[in-house]
Design a protein around this ligand. Sequence first.
Ligand SMILES: [Zn+2]
Length: 966
Amino acid sequence: MKYLRKSLIFIIIFILLLNLSAFAETNDTTVKKGEDFRGLWVATVVNIDYPTKATTDSQILKSEALQVLEYAKNTGFNAVFLQVRPSGDALYRSKYYPWSKYLTGKQGVAPSGGFDPLDFWISEAHKRGLELHAWINPYRVTKRSSGEPTHDFASLHSSNPAKKNPSWTVKHSDGNIYLNPGLPETRQMIVNGVLEIIENYSVDGIHFDDYFYPDKSFNDNETYKKYNPAKKSLDDWRRDNVNTLIKDVSAAIKSTGKSNIRFGISPFGIWANKSSNPKGSDTKGLESYSSHYADSLYWIKNGLIDYIVPQIYWNIGYSIADYKKLAAWWENAVSGTNVDLYIGHAAYKAENPDPKSPWYGTAEIERQLYLNDSSKIIKGSIFFNYNVMAKSAALTNTVKAIFDGRDGKSPKVNVSISRPTSDITTSMESFYLNGTSDPSQPLYLNGKLVENRSSKGYFGVLVPLSVGKNTFTLSQANSSDTCTITRKASSGSEKMSAVEIPSSSTFPQSQEFWMPGEKIKLSCQAPAGSKVSVTLNGKNYSMKQISGPTNPSGLYKATYSVEYTMPSFSGAPRNIDLGAPIYTVNYKGTVKTKKAPANIGVIMKGSPYYAEALYDVVDTYNAPVSGNGAAYELYKGMVDSVTGMTGSYARLSSGQWVFKDKVKIYSQKTPVNTVVRKATYEVGKDNDVFELTMTSSAAAIVSFDGQNVVLNVSAPSSAAMPKLPGDALISTIKDSTSIYKSEYVLTKKDGATIEGYYVEKTDSGIKLVLKHKPKVQSLTKPLTGITIMLDAGHGGSDPGAIGPLGTAYSEKDINLNLAFKLKRELESQGANILMTRTDNSTISLAERLTLSRNARPDMFISLHANSMPDNVDISKIRGFSVFYREVFSKPSAQLVYDSVISAHGKNKHGVNKKNFYVTRNTWAPSFLIESDFVPNPVEFEWLTNDKEQDKLAKTISTAIVSYYMQ
Ligand SMILES: [Zn+2]
């Protein structure tokens, strides 16, 4: 499409100024009439767009009109189509038609204060440089909504021409009333209505949509007989009726001498299919020529209209009605005539949530506009409809970016690939590319159009990788960027150079201890297809091959394994050494043996074997792996029995595992029998405290399931339980003892809230602290006295998730921005805010947790933005999620989540339980926010939009206030 550069527009304005007197009547539209036409349909029927609700209040009618016009201007439109006759009525003062019920609620009722909507729309549109076209539905008299009576003459005002002349109407099978197109009287009525508008209002055009005959079953037999002197077929006669109307309207408009007023029609997108008419398009859909009796080609060829806007409401490539084929067909239809071609776009179909739909996101609209740009004949677009456009920031931004590009307003952005950050080698089969581009120009990846870019030109594309070098070039008119991703072939089985058992493959590599009856796996590597066995504690066991090729030709590495049950022993509890396993391989007669470098031992129950925490905080794990996060923590000096040992881990009597190097392990002849001397319970201002006085320092771990706080102490004795104060958070304490430990179950009172819990080591034992929920003391500043710690995730050398701008603007920056905004919001509510980082410094997860442990805030919020692995199409993943670990953290996490989902319309990724390092704080409600996906272009744009983040901070803050107000 041809469009005018800004400089050219200035020249035109200059010329207009020179000829001021001659052009005094024209409005200040900045685009030459008909060029780069950008229209917006504003439907009034059933209040689709305007007014949102029928009202006589002219103030509301005015402000809603201004809202539409401001939107149109700000988005870059230059014309608005206001539906002024939705159904035999008017949105202006008319002597032929009653006031519309969609305007005021009842047909014939005028808006308050003599307000004339059309007059207001025109003057306000012109002030903003927008053309205002009066959109008329010529034949429709009623538009029945479900539940309303059929053929509802009663709803029509006495001044309605259909009510005055029922003989002009046809009661159609769809339940509606139509003016009969075959009657000369109705045509004259429609012409009068058009002339009235032109004479009384400075509209820029008269516009009809695709509603002509509703369908073939129209009941007009009598009229057909009476008004068909030439004995035409019914179809031709009906087309003639419509053509006559168009001819009459066209002539009437010309007769006024107002040459600036343009007349146009937006028919259904298919005139006729090739199969039924050789002049038709290569399509298979409904035909307006035979269904609506709308012969657009006749109007074009006879110059009856100034422009045509086929409603091509289908996607490019759609098998029944392909946008591209139809656009080409209409180009051909207008070529050689003076009729301008604009395309009617189905904006309402965009942003389909299904990633497989061509209408997913805004890409289809983008593709269609680029296709129009490549045409010399298509001169503009009209979008249906205002409401869906204005509601969708993504669609608005997409369309605006393209308009801005045509106006030369877009900043020049060079194509740049941000992900991968450099050329890489991977074993993945696909890779997600991210980067930025000039949004006003199409972007190509190895020659193929890149879709679903954000309005700022951010892109994200999943590309398949072939084995070897893959080169990806992203290009636009004036810039390009290339990256190379090498995909490694998947490694087959590893070869061995000789028959052997590698020492490093034998189990164990360091001292193992297990209790009698426990099962462990003895394993080693040897050539596949060998006979392998192991000897331990004087017995030999044959082993099974569990990996590697089963029928190898040559020496390939394989793993062998056998389950071994720890033997039982009698006598005094002690540790027994079983020695090191000796592995033997026999590969086709070649025999080799290898002794494992470390021993296996048995720990008898009650054996005096201990671990003492060496550091201020020692994490414990549910299994001898740390990858899933820690479960509890012990404090320096705490002692517990050791009941197992494997790899780098030691197991304590509680069943928890600790890193061996975080504890001192020792044995002595007699067991350490810690005695609990005294138990007390006190209710304080902020906490309840259950305290145990003990003879030596025992390990203690505590958990809370929402009902019971369970404290386990590695002291096999208890004391008399204290009497509970009346205002205690708990109703009972039950204690019990066993060989290694004592257990205390504190049951929460019904209705009480425990907002946190933790064990503290004291000089004489331990304290179990149960946190109260802070009470709101001030309604104006409800968070007064409440301390909240904000944790901006990542930072410094850790960029967090990488998106379209790479490390120049990554997750760590997004998190810190939001943290500051949230700080400001929460402080305005009276909160005391602590932050784990306030600048771009590198802070470990342990440091963050330590800051929280030392400060003991009332709430801890970790701020993050999400990502996905490199082989996932993140452009199709959107959403907001919150994570928590402790049950009592869920209510606040849920409230924040629900508030953000409803206030920001985010995709739901749920409130999830997960043991993240920074959600482990048991001393206060703690949760982690994952706000949107950084590598998703549209979400990245949202995450980096200052105003949106202001709003997000406000939403989170409001949710937290309401949490404390509950
Ligand atoms: Zn993160």
